[in-house]
Design a protein around this ligand. Structure first.
Ligand SMILES: [Ca+2]
Ligand SMILES: [Ca+2]
Length: 134
């Protein structure tokens, strides 16, 4: 049994193909922008790994923990916190696929006044560097 933070780091590493240190920065990019209540709320919709997106990675994590039983809140794949990872967790995650934490809480990804598009991904946000695309 892995701890919640280990699962988050592992899945973010796998998803973005980054080192543990970079994965920590990605997760920090979400946690510095949103309160713990907001991240907890978004987690309850299916963001198992707390990376701000509800996608196939989260479903995979639920699948990997399917059948798990234990203390509610201990396993992040148990998104409805009832102490079991089962079809209910999978269905919550399934129907929220495609949601992201920025849209959900109405936090826009910044666009510059000059009409240039600023792409601000969680990893870049955490390093304080912004990519400027023409
Ligand atoms: Ca996620
Ligand atoms: Ca559950």
């Amino acid at each position: 049994m892995f701890k919640a933070q280990d699962i988050r780091l592992m899945s973010v590493r796998k998803k973005y193909g980054v080192t543990t240190l970079e994965a920590e920065r990605i997760l920090k990019g979400v946690t510095t922008l949103f309160t713990s209540e907001q991240t907890a709320k978004f987690h309850s919709l299916g963001d198992v790994n707390f990376d701000g997106y509800i996608d196939a990675t989260d479903l995979e994590l639920i699948k990997a923990s399917y059948g798990w039983k234990g203390t509610p809140g201990e396993n992040p794949a148990d998104i409805n916190a009832d102490g079991v990872v089962d079809i209910f967790d999978a269905s919550i995650c399934g129907r929220n696929q495609g949601k992201d934490i920025w849209s959900y809480f109405g936090v826009s990804k910044p666009v510059s006044r000059k009409g240039l598009i600023l792409i601000l991904c969680p990893f870049i946000a955490s390093t304080g560097v912004v990519l400027l695309l023409r």
